[in-house]
Design a protein around this ligand. Structure first.
Ligand code: NAD
Ligand code: TYD
Length: 352
């Protein structure tokens, strides 16, 4: 088995589906707290899959994590669990400190105790893979070179600061205790099962529901965009071949200004599902107040992972964004559950 944390979220959920699609891959124990961002509907297709065990719980729960490690003896831990939304971190940073920092600390400590008691091959093969973000590096100007693994950490939001802190803990557990860790720092993901608080799914769904498409500030902030399936393949590669204690930047070589991303989505929707009044979805674009402390530009230099491990993204932004828009049109049940909030009903039924 491998232990995946946060596997009911956007990237973790895609990773679990992607991993289990390989009949030769190990099974997964999936530990997720099911916060507002956790959605078991994403894992519906695994209901009768004996290689997938779902556990409702918190990475900060020492007793539970220790019990899971003892019982399932995982070959690796892949840590996706986090509070992940910058705007929410601005409104309420406490959960970010609790899960991203204290939770990761707890997971590291439980992993250390577990690994210390392993012997032979299981000890040799064990990996702790920490999934992190490019936002830890801070903000670039238009002319700065893209982030490499050597950039200093300059996080600017409570979210990125909490992720930076967790990266430092992971690094220290390698250097001090020898825990076999790898860390990946990835750019903005997009794709299926993405919760519509983030720019791309929000714009797709607001467009279809005749709502405004909110652009923060002047819309000229730049992000590097990576299709989530490519992030999953990169994690598999780093988990299999990454050098212990190393960090790898993962990116799509796709720098785009927010306004251009939104206009591209509008154009795709104009073709696939035209507005009844014949106008373009671009009409719904609305400039709104900027995010406080909004980072201007992120850009990833992903040449290390290509050079050392042979990984490159398979999707361009054009192919990935088209697939993504089509996915939201083709999956009304998942979308309706999220938009209506009914995806939370299961939680209430099960746990109240
Ligand atoms: P997400 O918010 O969609 O999912 C997070 C998942 O973690 C949810 O299922 C949630 O229920 C679970 N969770 C939260 N707190 C938990 C806790 N204390 N214990 C157990 N489970 C908990 O996030 P995502 O977009 O899938 O991101 C996954 C990881 O990838 C995060 O660590 C994030 O920092 C990182 N990342 C995200 C992006 C991106 O563009 N989304 C880019 C780079 C890195
Ligand atoms: P987001 O998807 O929240 O990811 P992150 O902040 O982690 O990069 O936002 C992507 C970019 O889109 C970011 O520059 C903020 C901007 N944005 C908007 O302009 N409008 C919105 O409604 C949202 C959610 C984001």
């Amino acid at each position: 088995m491998i232990l995946v944390t946060g596997g009911a979220g956007f990237i973790g959920g895609n990773f679990v589906l992607n991993w289990l699609a390989d009949p030769n891959a190990e099974g997964i124990v999936n530990l997720d707290k099911l916060t507002y961002a956790g959605n078991l509907a994403t894992l519906d297709s695994l209901k009768n899959n004996e290689r997938h065990e779902f556990m409702h719980g918190d990475i900060g729960d020492k007793e539970l994590v220790t019990k899971l490690l003892k019982e399932y003896k995982p070959r690796a831990i892949v840590n996706f669990a986090a509070e992940s939304h910058v705007d929410r971190s601005i409104c309420g940073p406490a959960d970010f400190v609790e899960t991203n920092i204290v939770g990761t600390f707890n997971l590291l400590e439980c992993a250390r105790e577990y690994w210390n008691n392993l012997e032979g091959n299981p000890r040799e093969e064990f990996r702790f893979h920490h999934v992190s973000t490019d936002e830890v590096y801070g903000s670039l100007s238009l002319t700065d070179p893209a982030f490499t693994e050597k950039n200093s950490y300059e996080p600017n939001s409570p979210y990125s600061a909490s992720k930076a802190a967790s990266d430092h803990l992971v690094r220290a557990w390698f250097h001090t205790y020898g825990l076999p860790v790898v860390t990946t720092n990835c750019s903005n993901n997009y794709g299926p099962y993405h919760f519509p608080e983030k720019l791309i799914p929000l714009v797709i769904l607001n467009a279809l529901h005749s709502k405004p498409l909110p652009i923060y500030g002047d819309g000229q902030q730049i992000r590097d965009w990576l299709y989530v399936g490519d992030h999953c393949s990169a994690i598999r590669e780093v988990l299999a071949k990454g050098k212990l204690g190393e960090t790898y930047n993962i990116g799509g070589w796709n720098e785009k200004a927010n306004i251009d991303v939104v206009k591209t989505i509008c154009t795709i929707l104009d073709g696939l599902k035209p507005r009844v009044d014949g106008k373009s979805y671009v009409e719904q674009i609305t400039y709104v107040k900027d995010r406080p402390g909004h980072d201007r530009r992120y850009a990833i230099d992903a040449s290390k992972v290509e050079r050392d491990l042979g990984w490159r993204p398979a999707e361009t932004f054009d192919t990935g964004i088209r697939k993504t828009v089509q996915w939201y049109l083709d999956n009304p049940i998942w979308v309706d559950g999220v938009v209506s909030g009914s995806y939370r009903d299961w939680l209430q039924k099960q746990y109240n």
